[in-house]
Design a protein around this ligand. Structure first.
Ligand code: ATR
Length: 484
């Protein structure tokens, strides 16, 4: 079930929110702690207002809620609600409101017994959930906060080992927990929460729009193939939009989700556990991932950077689709220029792929990098020339300049790797960053009269090739295919 947490300060506002999404929402959670006065409207009238099952929750501040008052008051309010036949009442692991509980039992209201941990995924999570589930007639709920990839792995490992507990709610909060919110059915969680933007009920909670229209969670079932993108940070990625829309259009039962990853080894274990079929790789993992691959496609051997991993016969095979994706928007612009050379800023994994692509169209590359060591190393390995970035006026010689560092990427949108440089008309400036669509560097280059290319078209083009690797099918949006 998809549950909408109602977080407004009045029942009227909550009702308006519910009505907006009711076609796609199975159940609501009424958060009494957010209401100005939880008893302003009689609970029986509230019950009548909503056409779906309701969870009544009165969350204390210490459990991530908004109620800082007395337990006596909380008990008395919940008592009023327990007299009306709501569907569920959420009571925390240490809440002991005997009257509320016996009222609820006598009316057939199910108690959700909740455990919250905002610090991590505790080592004894399984025993906590098992002890909650041993309470007769209650549904165990655990909301924990994975703070790294190992924690995320722990959470998914526990959910795998408690498959025998039929009714339960498991939530991973924060960015590392997002896959658990999207894949809740695969985890055996009876529901997943969502809440409207800026009124999030818990860290990492997605909006109804994201759950319904981006990740299509209502269509996810045990047979759904899981794809995704690993990175750190990763939540800004636009790839989920491209891939999920394409699966939907092509009628493929698959979902593509962001995985925040700080430990590639732990992610691979997670990938086996979740039966992930393939994934995209972004900053900062494109080079380190090479050590984890079983097979490498031909281009990986020269580029030494991998942005696509696909499982074939239980073996992980790496590809690089950045190469073709990068050239796609550039080729039409330089077709008539008879360019012989170009400049590349940066010496990381992205630079390596870009240099390889530029050399494949017979351009001599000069690499500008902040640190001499990294710059010289990549220049030697690729046969490029090297300039230190401090020698920025050296860029004047070049009609094509490609920016490959992450400087200027969201959220550091006011940064540029070349703050002192002035571009000029006749230059083509290509920044492979796609968020923001126009980086500070591109804004300045455009002001200076240069032609600019942003990373969005590159992203789309490389994503289209990825889609074809992942699904074995042509990309279903014809217009975009022609651009690639
Ligand atoms: P990726 O593999 O995605 O390209 P990376 O390996 O982290 O990412 O590459 C980062 C590149 O951005 C490097 O060339 C780095 O320069 P150094 O070799 O000197 O570290 C460059 N970079 C990062 N921050 C920078 C900054 N503030 N100014 C200039 N270059 C920067």
């Amino acid at each position: 079930m998809l549950c909408l947490s109602l977080m407004e300060d009045s029942i009227e506002k909550n009702l308006a929110t519910f009505k907006k999404y009711q076609r796609n929402i199975d159940i609501v959670e009424l958060r009494l702690d957010m209401l100005e006065d939880p008893l302003e409207i009689h609970p029986s009238a509230i019950r009548e207002m909503f056409s779906v099952p309701i969870i009544i929750t009165f969350r204390r501040c210490i459990d991530g809620g908004n109620f800082g008052g007395s337990e006596k008051y909380r008990n008395s309010v919940l008592n009023e609600f327990a007299k009306i036949k709501f569907d569920y009442i959420d009571l925390e692991i240490d809440t002991n409101f005997t009257e509320v509980e016996s009222q609820a039992h006598s009316l057939g209201i199910q108690i959700i017994r909740s455990y919250h941990n905002f610090k991590n995924v505790p080592a004894n999570l399984e025993s906590i959930i098992r002890s909650l589930s041993s309470r007769s007639g209650e549904i165990p709920k655990a909301a924990v906060f994975p703070v790294n990839s190992m924690d995320a792995l722990k959470l998914f490992t526990v959910t795998d080992s408690i498959k025998d507990i039929k009714q339960k709610i498991i939530i991973g909060m924060g960015e590392y927990g997002i896959p658990s919110r999207i894949l809740y059915k695969k985890l055996g969680s009876m529901l997943s929460f969502c809440s409207i933007k800026d009124k999030s009920a818990a860290p990492g909670q997605l909006s109804p729009e994201e759950m319904i229209y981006l990740y299509h969670v209502k269509k996810i079932n045990m047979a759904t193939m899981v794809f995704g993108i690993i990175g750190n940070p990763v939540m800004h990625s636009l790839s989920p939009e491209l891939h999920n829309a394409a699966y939907e259009r092509a009628g493929i039962n698959a979902v593509y989700i962001p995985f925040q990853v700080d430990n590639i080894g732990a992610f691979f274990q997670l990938a086996v556990l979740l039966d992930i079929s393939g994934f995209s790789v972004t900053i900062p993992h494109k080079i380190e991932i090479l050590d984890f691959l079983d097979l490498k496609s031909q281009e990986i051997n020269s580029i030494k950077s991998c942005n696509t991993v696909f499982k074939q016969d239980r073996l992980w095979k790496g590809y690089n689709t950045d190469f073709k994706g990068f050239l796609s928007p550039l080729l039409p612009l330089i077709a008539d220029l008879k360019l012989e050379k170009c400049a590349v800023i940066g010496a990381g994994g992205a630079a390596r792929a870009v240099i390889s692509a530029l050399q494949s169209i017979n351009l001599n590359v000069t690499l500008f990098n902040r640190s001499r060591d990294n710059g010289v190393k990549l220049a030697m390995e690729t046969g490029a020339s090297f300039y230190p970035l401090s020698n920025i006026q050296g860029l004047n010689e070049f009609k094509l300049i490609v920016q490959t560092t992450s400087v200027g990427m969201y959220p550091f949108v006011n940064k540029t790797p070349v703050p002192e440089y002035h571009f000029h008309a006749g230059q083509i400036v290509y920044d492979i960053i796609y968020n923001p669509e126009k980086t500070k560097l591109l804004i300045e280059a455009e002001k200076d009269g240069a032609i600019i290319i942003n990373g969005l078209q590159m992203l789309k083009a490389q994503g289209i090739i990825q889609f074809e690797i992942f699904t074995g099918q042509p990309f279903p949006f014809e217009g975009q295919k022609e651009n690639s």
